[in-house]
Design a protein around this ligand. Sequence first.
Ligand code: ZN
Length: 291
Amino acid sequence: MGGFSWPDGHRAALALTFDVDAESAILAVDPAYARRLTTMSHQAYGPKVGVPRILRMLERQGVTGSFFVPGLTADRYPGMVEAVVAAGHDLGHHGYSHVPYHALSDDDQRRDVERALASLERITGRRPEGFRAPWWELTDSTPALLAEHGFTWDSSMMDDDRPYLLDSGKGILAELPVHWMLDDWEQYAFLPEPHIGAVIESPAKVLDLWTGELDALAAEGGLMVVTSHPFLSGRASRVATLERVVEHARAAGGIWIAPLSAIAAHTRAVVAEADARPVPSVHIEEGIYER
Ligand code: ZN
């Protein structure tokens, strides 16, 4: 693996990130779920109980995390957003409605981005610089839209496990890649309806999966972005497991545990803009897939 230059002699990096989807992830499937009180309460657990418990863990560990909050969630739980910001964590943009951007026209993407920006700015008085696409689904027009709106980094792509610069055509973004293996959704998500997942894994298995990747990736100088959803990972044994991951990283040594904003700033400082990668659009030559 080609070396990535981490700061202060660190050999790799770990970021703890939290997507506070709450009700929005279910309403984006079908807004009719709004009348299902228990289903909505399963989602509300995230901002109500999960986020405060996660904030206590991060404080205990002295770790700064990155929280991505959809505009709809921010409007419903402004106090939660204020608590995240007051504790010094990153507040990132995560769409307004949590509808994936491939399901929206370019104009509707723009409206969704602007509506969420307005919500987050109204609550915090600050404009977020980081973005994570709902369902991790950017389209090839989203990066330019982000650059146009003043974003400086994104964390939605999967084509590397080190940070890089992405040339949107309208400006440069630092990209901090993610992966499904490092997402709690695949481990813990279950609802009878809608189908969001079917298996509830043991936190011990998740600890094994994540610390295994951390050890191997650290040996190669990579960036490990763990993504947790407070409605899932806010449960007691799961927060405890995330805390074990932090302790494992500390014990391993040489791992920079940092918020994505700091990793993005570092990436912009050490990677030359001339090395920014173009948006990797896939253009299909006519006829190749015709039957
Ligand atoms: Zn989400």
